[in-house]
Ligand binder design. Structure first.
Ligand code: SF4
Length: 221
């Protein structure tokens, strides 16, 4: 079986078991971008609380959010921790959005390779956050890599490289450029990593046993 076939087989099994994940859990592209920044180093539950604070102040709107003070923003996003830092990151991101008149279409008209370069120059925006924004807010075909991806596919025996960009390249070259597939696949990886393939994996109940090197090594001697 080629790596592409194995990746597709795992995807099918995940999809058959969990069904569509409807990512990203947000009402519009701007909410996705804010969620992608807020979710750094915290749980989604905390992000939801912060987003709800912004919503109740009618601030899920880039122009409005741009006008408020960094300290005021920090208070509203307090539930997700590192709030001063994240407030600054959001403000940096809003400066970047301003270059495009806060206009989704102007951003989408640009090459995502160029956009990725620009996003990575923003202080506080790393590769995972930039790629989440490109894929889930602007629907570009960019595969998002995170620690769940590394852990799951290492255990499955795909032999991933160490470097973020090389892992991304591996998935994109194997799967082909496909935004819808990347969207669903990443969401399913996160789901499975939370349900079964946790730090301490629940291998005995996992439906991926027959594909998994870790399972074979640990439990089939
Ligand atoms: S069998 Fe265990 S290690 Fe393998 S994918 Fe399932 S939970 Fe993870």
């Amino acid at each position: 079986m080629t790596k592409r076939e194995k990746l597709l087989l795992i995807y099918e099994k995940l999809y058959d078991f969990y069904g569509p994940q409807y990512w990203w859990p947000a009402n519009n592209w701007f909410e996705v971008t804010i969620g992608a920044i807020l979710t750094q180093n915290t749980s989604w539950k905390n992000v939801e609380k912060a987003i709800n604070n912004l919503k109740s102040n009618n601030l899920i709107n880039p122009r409005k959010l741009y006008t408020i003070e960094k300290t005021e923003l920090a208070q509203m996003i307090k539930p997700c921790g590192f709030y001063n830092l994240k407030s600054e990151r959001i403000k940096n991101f809003l400066e970047w959005l301003k270059k495009y008149d806060f206009d989704e279409l102007k951003i989408k008209n640009k090459s995502y390779i160029e956009l990725r370069r620009e996003l990575l120059k923003i202080k506080g925006i790393g590769k995972e956050t930039a790629d989440s924004i490109l894929l889930y807010a602007f629907n570009f075909p960019v595969f998002v890599v995170d620690s769940y991806t590394k852990r799951l596919f290492d255990r499955l025996g795909l032999g991933l490289p160490e470097d973020y960009d090389e892992i991304q390249e591996f998935f994109e070259a194997s799967l082909g450029k496909n935004e819808k597939l990347y969207n669903e696949y990443h969401a399913l990886i996160v789901k499975h990593s939370k349900e079964f393939c946790k730090k301490k994996p629940n291998c005995f109940d996992c439906f991926l046993q027959s594909e998994c090197n870790f399972y074979k090594k640990e439990f089939r001697r």
